[in-house]
Design a binder for this molecule. Structure first.
Ligand code: IDP
Ligand code: MG
Length: 149
């Protein structure tokens, strides 16, 4: 079953939106298989955002991610990688559609609340970067027949 890496960034945690975000993924029908609140090291933040290392905002992005705890999660479900990106919304919250997390709760690109893996392969790399195998628990929700035909 497909999995994706989701991180509630420091602004989402500080603004008390952890429950709101988790609730949206639960209500959609995805399964939580990993969850931790953690302070992020500079090394981990740099590795996670390595693809952006030449961008002008890289330094401030890394500094921000390390500034206060984040909530790291792994969610599972059919098509969860692409669907999570839709639940999250466009990178700039001002352009993100209402009904998305960024569209409903954000006003600036540097405070866009949440990260979600952008492709299946990225998701696999990010999950193994942020979680050890034993921190993940695969389980079969009893709701499954009510979510999938
Ligand atoms: P994404 O989070 O929607 O995948 P990316 O383009 O991968 O967006 O950028 C990663 C993160 O870098 C964004 O979520 C945002 O926090 C930050 N970022 C992207 N573009 C800018 C920018 O132009 N200024 C400041 N921060 C940015
Ligand atoms: Mg991205």
């Amino acid at each position: 079953m497909e999995r994706t890496f989701i991180m509630i960034k420091p602004d989402g945690v500080q603004r008390g939106l952890v429950g709101e975000v988790i609730g949206r993924f639960e209500a959609k029908g995805f399964t939580l298989v990993g969850l931790k609140l953690m302070s992020v090291s500079k090394e981990l933040a740099e590795e996670h955002y390595d693809v952006h290392k030449e961008r002008p905002f890289f330094g401030s992005l890394v500094e921000f991610i390390c500034s206060s705890p984040v909530v790291a999660m792994v969610w599972e479900g059919e098509g969860v990688v692409a669907s999570a990106r839709k639940l999250i919304g466009a990178t700039n919250p001002l352009s993100a559609e209402p009904g998305t997390i960024r569209g409903d709760f954000g006003v600036s690109v540097g405070r866009n609340l949440i990260h979600g893996s952008d492709a299946i392969e990225t998701a696999q790399n990010e999950i193994s970067l942020w979680f050890s195998e034993k921190e993940l628990s695969g389980w079969e929700p009893t709701l499954t027949p009510w979510l999938y035909e």
